[in-house]
Write a protein that binds this ligand. Structure first.
Ligand SMILES: *[C@@H]1O[C@H](CO)[C@@H](O)[C@H](O)[C@H]1NC(C)=O
Ligand SMILES: *[C@@H]1O[C@H](CO)[C@@H](O)[C@H](O)[C@H]1NC(C)=O
Ligand SMILES: *[C@@H]1O[C@H](CO)[C@@H](O)[C@H](O)[C@H]1NC(C)=O
Ligand SMILES: *[C@@H]1O[C@H](CO)[C@@H](O)[C@H](O)[C@H]1NC(C)=O
Ligand SMILES: *[C@@H]1O[C@H](CO)[C@@H](O)[C@H](O)[C@H]1NC(C)=O
Length: 430
């Protein structure tokens, strides 16, 4: 059997989990934390085997379960409870005995494939301040469609065994302390629509395949990703993608113009370079486009006049130059337009409008207040780039066949409104 992790990786993950749990809860001794950390890591290399367990033996109680799936769910939920090391609101206090549908924050619904069976369809631990980790046994919850644990103190990595949760629809682990690379279990969930991993410590590359899935919202902001933006982003049908506050590098691919449903694209505060692709102007349904605090160069394409739904357009704190096109200044749906702290030498008259917030300071427009010094502006002018000659780096366009077939999944009723989880803190303005 293939190991999920090699040894150095496992050791590294172990030390992360150790440190994280230690910082998450003061009630534990070092010995306790070490025990917890080893428990997660020792389960990882052979999780698949781990899950082929004898449920009856595991249950070990003389209890009658409504059906076999609830008995399996019992095993998974008890494993999760054991993985919880601080539960200040005693949420898991009543996770005892066979009536798992009565456990606090656990939601049951008729199974999609057999409505006569009641099954565990959702777990919602948002804002419960729980410290712990995710055990491999959670993968036993094959009827789970909704998993929300935002704003807790969960540590460690996302176990491979979660790939067995084929009905997963909404997965929100934002605002915790998870580490590791982008969890590739997401690629193996055929029905996932909503992935929120913002405010964690994930790192490394974003697999290009993620944009080929039928995902509606992908929140990646406030992690430690260092990838380029994959070319495949053009195939994305998502309405929201947030890259903000990471270390994404390279340029914004031209394929972005093919994001047919996109409503919000947030690239704020990364290390992106190159020119603004003119294809952005094709995104007539885009309401928020924020590429501020990067290292973009060149001019604002005239095509940006096509952003007919734009509410917020923020290109501030880059190295852009030239004249801000009047047609962009005049976009009628704007409420905020910021191009401050660049090297613009001029702006269309439309930008002097008073009906919306326009920020133009920190540029090279002598007639306007609070501009850069002429020395600074002249030095930059010598470095001006010609965007018509610039080729965007390709990003990472290697792509494999999709990992699983897509299938239509309807959320079970009584599971609360879609994407209802209170969002974790994002960043001012959004
Ligand atoms: C922590 O360690 C002590 C002593 O080894 C043990 O008695 C206690 O049950 C442990 N606590 C937890 C939460 O594991
Ligand atoms: C279950 O109940 C039977 C009969 O009442 C008993 O013999 C057995 O030891 C019980 N098993 C457990 C694990 O309690
Ligand atoms: C936690 O909840 C359980 C079940 O409701 C209860 O029996 C227990 O006393 C509670 N513990 C604390 C510390 O409040
Ligand atoms: C956008 O999609 C069209 C149609 O699938 C394709 O021909 C075109 O090359 C794509 N554009 C980019 C920049 O990827
Ligand atoms: C905007 O959204 C509508 C409805 O989803 C769609 O029909 C239209 O093609 C989109 N427009 C653009 C420019 O993508």
């Amino acid at each position: 059997m293939k190991s999920a992790m090699d040894k150095p990786q496992a050791l590294q993950a172990l030390s992360f989990l150790f440190a994280c749990l230690l910082s998450s809860t003061s009630a534990l001794s070092d010995a306790n934390v070490s025990y917890i950390a080893h428990r997660q890591l020792s389960a990882l290399p052979e999780e698949d085997a781990q899950l082929n367990l004898d449920i009856d033996r595991q249950v070990g109680i003389n209890a009658t379960f409504e059906n076999q799936r609830l008995k399996t769910a019992y095993v998974a939920l008890q494993a999760l409870k054991r993985a919880v090391y601080s539960d200040p609101f005693n949420i898991t206090g009543n996770w005892i005995g066979p009536h798992v549908c009565r456990y606090t924050r656990v939601f049951c619904a008729p199974a999609l494939d057999d409505p006569s069976l009641n099954v565990v369809a959702g777990i919602d631990l948002n804002h419960d301040d729980i410290a712990g980790y995710i055990p491999a046994e959670l993968g036993l919850l094959t009827d789970l469609a909704l998993f929300h644990i935002n704003s807790n103190r969960f540590c460690g990595i996302i176990p491979q065994a979660l790939s067995k949760i084929v009905l997963m629809h909404e997965f929100d682990i934002s605002n915790n302390r998870f580490v590791g690379t982008f969890p590739d279990v997401f690629l193996r969930w055929p029905a996932v629509k909503y992935i929120d991993i913002r405010f964690n410590d994930f790192e490394g590359e974003i697999p290009p395949e993620i944009f080929e899935k039928d995902i509606d919202a992908l929140f990646l902001n406030d992690n430690r990703f260092t990838s380029t933006i994959p070319e495949t982003i053009g195939k994305s049908v998502a309405s929201i993608v947030t890259f903000a506050n990471n270390k994404f590098k390279g340029c914004i691919p031209h394929s972005i113009g093919n994001m047919s449903n996109v409503n919000q694209l947030i690239f704020l505060n990364n290390e992106l370079s190159g020119c603004l692709p003119g294809e952005v102007g094709m995104l007539g349904n885009l309401t928020i486009f924020d590429v501020s605090k990067n290292s973009l160069t060149g001019t604002v394409p005239e095509s940006f006049a096509g952003l007919k739904s734009a509410d917020v357009l923020d290109i501030s704190h880059n190295k852009l130059s030239g004249v801000v096109p009047d047609s962009v200044c005049k976009l009628s749906s704007l409420s905020r337009l910021s191009f401050s702290h660049n090297y613009f030498s001029g702006e269309g008259n439309g930008c002097l409008r008073r009906d919306i917030e326009v920020e133009d300071s920190g540029n090279c427009m002598g007639s306007r207040p609070r501009q850069k010094s002429s020395e600074e502006c002249e030095a930059e002018a010598k470095r001006a780039v010609d965007c018509s000659k610039e080729k965007c780096c390709k990003g990472d366009s290697t792509s494999k066949p999709p990992p699983a077939t897509e299938e239509e999944v309807i959320l079970p009723p009584n599971m609360g409104s879609q994407y209802s989880s209170p969002p974790p803190p994002m960043f001012p303005g959004y």
